[in-house]
Design a protein around this ligand. Structure first.
Ligand code: ATP
Ligand code: MG
Length: 392
């Protein structure tokens, strides 16, 4: 039925000189998103509009599903395209459109034409009136309702004519690539994939770091994080995932520091390492899935101590969210099912029975002094042995 889509995008942030940056980033992301689905797609840009043309062996639902993962898109309109020729040809085209999309319909309708191409022979209002008449004569079971029509037929007359009546909602947000990049601390939990999704939705490119602790955490736990990264990458495009072997640092903390402070000290080393890779990759911030009070390491006092080791801003988009709200987003974006798989993560193995909930920065810094003979070498090894894979 259709072989084209008109892509509608929001007007936010695309004023003036930024407009082409925004549009180019959107086109790039659309191309990436469609690369993994069957069919040949051509993406074209015309003033204020992006069109996707499908050819070959393609499936409507798959193409729409891919487009629904592209931030910056607010609406996906399946569209019938015809050359801007005579009015008679347009009338024949619209009658054909109605007959095919709404066979035997008894619905009310309204025509809304926009003549952007002033060379076209009739004005918008004349087009509305004459096409309305033609539809009523050809499909007498239908009727006009200009206030609340069941079917609103948009007709845009440009170099070509575009006829459409349906808008499938897109995810909104800004195209990834328009907002700098950030390093996401991605664990196997529910929260961090959602945090990455939310920051990416503002146009930010996402890289990620995962702290792996073999043999305490299994290959399956690592695979789970790779799978989560792949799910987030459906929205963000390729993610460079840094897999840090964190075991020796965790063991050193375990052997040398007070056990009730293990989690906080461990989190501080995670932040230091994440920041190292963030700076190396020119990221402008770190992203975590923390939310105030969710666990001992996420009280306001704990956040002060973790934050103290970072020089880059740490973005915590879930900071004021209840778990239920986070779960709802995780389900909506498709990460939840993977997140709840049972594999252990490195934090759950080394947690103390009674972790501090109100750590004092000075105390924690003092405890870290116990690591001073070993930590430099351990950090160096952790950084050098980090595996980087691109997940798409
Ligand atoms: P999540 O559900 O994302 O695992 P959480 O509720 O389990 O979060 P914590 O384990 O306290 O919370 O971790 C807080 C944040 O620290 C996570 O959201 C994530 O950003 C980061 N983090 C925790 N563990 C790891 C890890 N093994 N690798 C990378 N980041 C981690
Ligand atoms: Mg976790």
């Amino acid at each position: 039925m259709y072989d084209s889509f008109l892509i509608k995008y929001g007007e936010i942030g695309i004023k003036g000189n930024n407009r082409h940056v925004f549009e180019d980033a959107l086109v790039k992301r659309i191309r990436e998103a469609l690369a993994s689905v069957d069919g040949d797609y051509t993406i074209t840009k015309e003033r204020g509009r992006i069109y996707v043309n499908a050819a070959g062996d393609w499936h409507f639902d798959e193409a729409v599903e891919a487009l629904r993962h592209v931030f910056g898109i607010v609406g996906i309109c399946p569209v019938m395209v015809m050359p801007a020729g005579t009015f008679d040809a347009l009338r024949a085209g619209v009658l054909d459109f109605i007959g095919r999309v709404y066979p035997d319909s008894t619905a009310s309708f309204k025509i809304k034409a926009r003549r952007i191409n002033k060379a076209f022979e009739k004005k918008s209002m004349e087009i509305d009136a004459e096409l309305g008449d033609a539809i009523l004569r050809t499909y007498p079971k239908m009727h006009v309702d200009v206030h609340e029509p069941d079917i609103l037929v948009d007709i845009e007359i440009r170099e070509n004519i575009y006829i459409y009546s349906e808008t499938i909602p897109g995810p909104g947000g800004m195209p990834v690539g328009t907002g700098g990049s950030a390093m996401l601390l991605l664990s196997g939990g529910i929260d961090s994939p959602v945090a990455g999704y939310m920051i990416a939705k503002r146009g930010v490119t996402i890289d990620a770091v995962y702290f792996h602790a073999p043999p305490y955490t299994s290959e399956r736990a690592k695979q789970k994080v790779i799978d989560l990264a792949r799910e987030v990458a459906r929205f963000t495009g390729p993610i460079r995932l840094h897999i840090v072997n964190f075991t020796d640092i965790q063991l050193a903390i375990y052997d040398n520091c007070p056990h009730e402070e293990l989690t906080i000290i461990m989190r501080r080393y995670m932040m230091r390492i994440a920041e190292h890779f963030a700076l190396e990759k020119n990221c402008l911030g770190l992203v975590t899935g923390e939310s105030i009070g969710q666990v001992a390491s996420q009280t306001m006092q704990s956040l002060v101590t973790t934050n103290a080791v970072c020089t880059l801003p740490v973005y915590r988009p879930l900071i004021g969210f209840d778990k239920n709200d986070i779960v709802a987003i995780a389900k909506e974006i498709g990460t939840y099912e993977t997140s709840i798989l049972p594999f252990e993560d490195c934090c759950t193995i080394f947690v103390a029975k009674h972790p501090v909930t109100k750590p004092m920065l000075k105390t924690i810094e003092h405890s870290e002094m116990h690591l001073k003979d070993v930590i430099d070498d351990l950090m160096k090894t952790a950084l050098e042995t980090t595996e980087v894979i691109t997940v798409r």
